[in-house]
Design a protein around this ligand. Structure first.
Ligand SMILES: Nc1ncnc2c1ncn2[C@@H]1O[C@H](COP(=O)(O)OP(=O)(O)OP(=O)(O)O)[C@@H](O)[C@H]1O
Length: 453
């Protein structure tokens, strides 16, 4: 990622100089200004990744004045800087779309973490938008959130293979984003203006699957009172997404193989050959090589659909993605109900990061939706969570280690759990937490930043 640009707006020259010095020492490009007019002028020249904005600015020094202007700037993260006694107004800023709040004088450690998280998210969105522009796509594309090495690799792969017509097989446990990845490939492909048709191969009864996929002619079977196009035909010119392909009945596999080989098929009861042009993306949470070995899946079909294989990892193996996913889902949820996004306080954040998520991203999303529904006052607290998860207040045990994780992932997960735990026990005092963990303060800060805690 490129060097991030930060704009600091505060009327106190000493504060601006100090913040700018510190931010430059952290490797950021910094621009400063004293009021909203200077901010507007700066944004005309600089494509800022982040704005640090004091709540009381000249000429009026009235926080309401700054709040009223806030929506002009929130197409990028804005961190509001507050003095004492401005808590209610600061919360109002969050409701109006500010990314986060920091009290002055700022704790440099906290500043470092808040900035890092905001910029990573903003740059991800920009990366996707520029990819979209390069591909000439006008409509929104599915957002693949995550900054873990695993998600970075997947995003890079998606960008490479999307414009080609190569077949793709997405494998991985349920709820890890297989469909979202497949949609992103379609959205970034030359077929994006065509249909994306999703077929849940395991959910359609075997006897219906053939007519669902191939369509049927009038009178082909009892109840077929008219000609009906199948999903293959509906996907013509676009992408056919075969979800849970591992569960497709064997008899159907033979027929699908023929379509993939020849690009044509007969509707049930029909005599006219239909020709289609579709890109096939398949997904499964089963191991297809195992199914091939046990005779449940045809080997020739396996090689036909395999193309490029993308493997998703369980969420517990990439806890670095949790903070970004939490912010993303809270934003989506807020957009859905026309409200500003909720913000978890730090104890609630730790709970989300520490918890195990056997249902993966899907479980995280539905948990956030229910917690958000009962939160009040713009903030999600541990008390809110405890209303739904009574054991939330208990000391969270270190993450148990799932069999099969790589050593690296286990070490990361364990580090995150131990660091979050130490920070919670020491009221977020990083010096004390570092001592308890036997780390230097600098060493702890590096880890906090790396994991986006
Ligand atoms: N990286 C991600 N970024 C944004 N949203 C995600 C991501 N991964 C998963 N999701 C969201 O999590 C939910 C589950 O994802 P999805 O349906 O793609 O999983 P799946 O692996 O296809 O699951 P299944 O195998 O059960 O069909 C969806 O709401 C999806 O939007």
């Amino acid at each position: 990622m490129t060097m991030a640009r930060i704009v600091v707006i505060d009327d106190e020259p000493a504060f601006r100089t100090l913040s700018a010095q510190w931010l430059r020492s952290e490797g950021y490009e910094v621009h400063t200004g004293a009021d909203l007019d200077e901010l507007r002028a700066l944004l005309g020249r600089v494509d800022a990744d982040l704005i640090l904005l004091d709540l009381s600015l000249p000429p009026l020094f009235d926080p309401h004045h700054t709040l009223a202007a806030l929506p002009e700037f929130t197409d990028r993260p804005v961190i509001i800087l507050t003095g004492h006694g401005e808590r209610e107004l600061a919360l109002e800023a969050l409701r109006q779309g500010a990314w986060d709040l920091l009290a002055k004088p700022m704790d440099p450690d906290l500043l470092a973490v808040v900035i890092r998280r905001a910029i990573t998210k903003h740059q991800l969105v920009r990366e996707l938008n520029s990819l979209k522009t390069r591909m000439g796509r006008q409509h929104p594309i599915s957002t693949l959130i995550g900054a873990s090495p695993a998600m970075n690799t997947i995003r890079a792969l998606v960008g490479r293979i999307a414009p080609t017509d190569v077949r793709v097989l997405v494998t991985g446990p349920s709820g890890t984003g297989k469909e979202v990845i497949s949609r992103a490939i379609h959205d970034l492909s030359t077929r994006a203006d065509g249909p994306f048709i999703s077929v849940h191969c395991g959910a359609i009864p075997a006897e219906l699957l053939e007519s669902e996929l191939f369509g049927h002619t009038k009178g082909a079977f009892t109840g077929a009172d008219r000609n009906k196009d199948g999903l293959l035909k509906l996907a013509d010119g676009g992408t056919l997404f075969l979800d849970e392909i591992g569960d497709m009945p064997l008899a159907m596999q033979v027929k699908l193989l023929r379509v993939l080989q020849e690009g044509s098929f007969y509707p049930v009861g029909g005599r006219t050959l239909e020709t289609i042009n579709v890109r096939v993306i398949s997904a499964t949470n089963a191991s297809l090589p195992d199914r091939v070995a046990s005779g449940e899946f045809r080997e020739d079909l396996f090689y036909r659909i395999k193309g490029v294989t993308i493997e998703t990892r369980p969420l517990d193996e990439r806890p670095e993605d949790i903070p970004l996913l939490v912010s993303h889902f809270l934003e989506l949820q807020a957009q859905g109900c026309g409200q500003p996004p909720l913000h978890p306080d730090s104890a609630a954040f730790h709970w989300f990061i520490q918890r195990r998520w056997p249902g993966n991203v899907r479980e995280l999303k539905s948990t956030l939706d229910s917690v958000a529904a009962i939160a009040q006052g713009g903030i999600i607290t541990l008390d809110d969570i405890a209303l739904l998860y009574p054991d939330a207040r208990e000391q969270a045990p270190a993450r148990p280690q799932p069999a099969g994780d790589t050593l690296d992932a286990q070490v990361r997960a364990l580090e995150i759990a131990l660091i979050t735990d130490a920070l919670t026990r020491h009221d977020n005092n990083r010096t004390h937490a570092a001592q308890a963990l036997g780390l230097s303060r600098q060493g702890l800060l590096k880890k906090i930043e790396r994991y986006g805690l």
